[in-house]
Design a protein. Structure first.
Lengths: 324, 324
């Protein structure tokens, strides 16, 4: 029996430390800046942050679910569903914008609550629950719209994703999306430090212990799924505005969000990590995509490089946390 | 608790077969009332063909899931394997064996990589196999726009279309592979070790099981099964198809089939027989809906509901058993 643990790397950080992800992000930003010096100028950086907002929001939502020990694979399909539903209901009629936004929020909350209740009350593993929800949402939205998206978004709806405060002194153009990002990021960090946030981490770390110390595990987890549903809704509103209506609007976003969360040092399986790390992970992923663009990696090969870098980054952090 | 002492590998799960029988009976009734025939030769043959492709992938998936891991790269392995086989063969019977051999070797190599990333680099299997999947996706997207290569005619005639009565050779191949996997799990040391590793890795390690080696082997076997499914599909389609795996949703559907078959996602319990039942259930639902000319999108909704409902039923039964 091997009693002495091997310690492959002397580097050690507190669990959930933000240092690794900040270093990775900084390295990528430097690489981008070397290639494209204009990238770090305020207008281009701000518009980059604005474009990244949807995936950062999804990562924040996914963080709450993952830290409580579950998965949400339905967010990508939820984004697609919301965008397509919004286009059909608004049908280019400006006066319907706000009622539809309210409806979308309600829909996101309902989907999240269903995911949570099925997972916690019926004890279906969340991987299966949200995979089933993925199939249901995609199938339902295709059927409802007859195979091709119909209708159109109003300009009022689209402005969140595509408009900006023009001519702000000093920085120029500040996208609305960036404002949304700041508000949601602040709320997410506050929430993760609240009693509820700490409870979620405890639930993910040891559900039995949490249960015995009086936590209603099912309620905490269901709320986490609802948060993820709300995050997906806001992301859908921004994405619909920015890139328009298509059945591909949310394709693959669930894997993107989960990857971002893991890059940010959050442990799959729950109990460890921070929401700030998850959101920085999403920014890192987006910076990586920007970098690949600037270095002219063709669209198709992009996923190969992405896959390689994700494996490398997660492997390095896994080796380090194993040496704790 | 005597049930805890019984061998997990021998615990069969008849639940899925009850569901299968009920589904087929109800489906037959409904189809007959509508004036169709569910068990006509063409429908049965196409049902079994669908089952063969998905089944080969799902049997391999069962092995890694029992070991507490997961493989989300199988869809890309399937696509890659069709291409390697068809391009090596180039339409010549003389190159049949090299084509099959090379496709299997490439698949095994990917499995080895998956296994080493999960055990050696200690990357969470979800992230590791999504990462490897992305790498393969980039290679496929970059190199291929459409079908490529030409399958050896003898493979098309035999594995692709040959059948004995209503039973395609490919389905017999699935039964053979499933029987081999059952034997491995129930009767060999590797099988027992795999179940032990999936049940409790710490205990397995302390009992002298080499966890890493066992899991790597399981991953290689899983990829080999996906590669075999690719060879079958190359025989069926007559050429290599770069999107066949992802369009068939082989990754998520194979996991759904495994879980429908009563194998726990957490690892340690389950079996191959249940998986074959799960595959037949999914293929049966498909056949019934085709007969009823149900819209493809609605089919997907129902599929999602069935997967969630079936797992919920298992979970309730497992809880009742644990209480009594």
């Amino acid at each position: 029996m091997q009693l002495v643990e091997r310690r492959p790397l002397p580097l050690r950080f507190r669990a959930g430390s933000l240092v690794p992800i900040v270093v990775l992000l900084a390295v990528l930003l430097v690489l981008v800046a070397v290639r494209q010096p204009g990238f770090l100028s305020p207008p281009s950086l701000l518009s980059f942050l604005g474009r990244s907002t949807p995936i950062v929001l999804l990562a924040a939502g996914q963080y709450f679910v993952i830290v409580s020990g579950e998965f949400d694979l339905s967010v990508g399909s939820l984004v697609t569903a919301q965008v397509v539903v919004a286009a059909r209901l608004i049908d280019s009629e400006p006066s319907r914008t706000w009622p539809v936004v309210a409806l979308l929020l309600a829909f996101g909350i309902v989907v999240g609550a269903l995911n949570g209740l099925i997972t916690t009350r019926l004890r279906v593993p969340s991987f299966i629950t949200t995979l089933g929800m993925f199939l249901i949402l995609v199938g339902a939205v295709y059927r409802w719209s007859g195979g091709a998206p119909t209708g159109g978004l109003s300009e009022e709806f689209r402005r969140f994703g595509r408009r900006a405060f023009e001519d702000v002194p000093g920085v120029g153009r500040v996208p609305y999306a960036l404002l949304v990002l700041l508000v949601v990021a602040t709320l997410a960090v506050l929430l993760s430090r609240s009693d509820f946030g700490r409870t979620l981490v405890a639930v993910g770390g040891n559900p039995r212990a949490a249960e015995l110390s009086g936590v209603r595990v099912w309620r905490a987890k269901t709320l986490a799924f609802v948060l993820s549903g709300v995050a997906a809704t806001i992301a859908a509103i921004l994405l619909g505005g920015y890139s328009g209506v298509s059945f591909q609007a949310g394709a693959g976003l669930e894997f993107g969000a989960i990857t971002a969360v893991v890059l940010g040092g959050v442990a799959l399986g729950g109990g460890r990590g921070s929401v700030a790390g998850a959101m920085l992970g999403a920014l890192t992923l987006e910076t990586l995509f920007a970098l690949l663009n600037f270095y002219g990696v063709s669209g198709a090969l992009k996923s190969t490089v992405q896959g390689g870098i994700i494996l490398l980054a997660v492997a390095v952090s896994a080796v380090r946390s194993a040496s704790r | 608790m005597s049930s805890a002492l019984s061998m997990p590998a021998r615990r069969t799960s008849p639940g899925v077969f009850v569901a299968l029988a009920l589904t087929l009976a109800i489906g037959w009734l409904v189809v007959t009332i509508q004036g169709g025939r569910l068990f006509s030769v063409p429908t049965t043959v196409s049902l079994l063909h669908v089952a063969a492709g998905l089944g080969l992938v799902a049997v391999g998936q069962t092995l890694v899931i029992i070991g507490g891991s997961l493989d989300l790269s199988v869809a890309y392995v399937v696509s890659l394997s069709t291409l390697v086989a068809a391009e090596t063969m180039g339409g010549a019977d003389a190159a049949l064996l090299p084509g099959i051999g090379l496709a299997l070797a490439v698949s095994a190599g990917i499995g080895l990589l998956n296994g080493l990333l999960v055990t050696g680099a200690r990357i969470n299997p979800f992230i590791a196999t999504v990462g490897v999947g992305l790498i393969l996706k980039g290679y496929l997207d970059n190199g291929y726009d459409g079908p490529a290569g030409k399958t050896a005619p003898s493979l098309v005639r035999s594995l692709g279309y040959q059948r004995i009565g209503p039973v395609p050779v490919s389905f017999l191949l699935l039964l053979g592979v499933a029987a081999a996997a059952w034997f491995v799990l129930a009767r060999t040391r590797f099988g027992h070790h795999l179940i032990a590793v999936g049940g409790d890795p710490e205990v397995a390690k302390l009992s002298g099981v080499r966890n890493g080696r066992v899991l790597v082997t399981a991953h290689v076997l899983c990829s080999l099964c996906a590669g075999l499914a690719g060879i079958y599909l190359a025989g069926r389609l007559g050429s290599g198809a770069p999107r066949v795996g992802t369009e068939g949703l082989y990754d998520l559907e194979s996991i759904a089939a495994v879980v429908l078959g009563g194998t726990a996602l957490a690892g340690g319990t389950g079996g191959v027989a249940g998986t074959v039942g799960g595959v037949l259930l999914l293929a049966g639902i498909d056949a019934i809906f085709n007969q009823l000319a149900v819209d493809a999108f609605f089919k997907q909704v129902i599929r999602g509901v069935i997967i969630i409902a079936a797992v919920a039923v298992y979970a309730q039964r497992a809880r009742r058993k644990a209480v009594s």
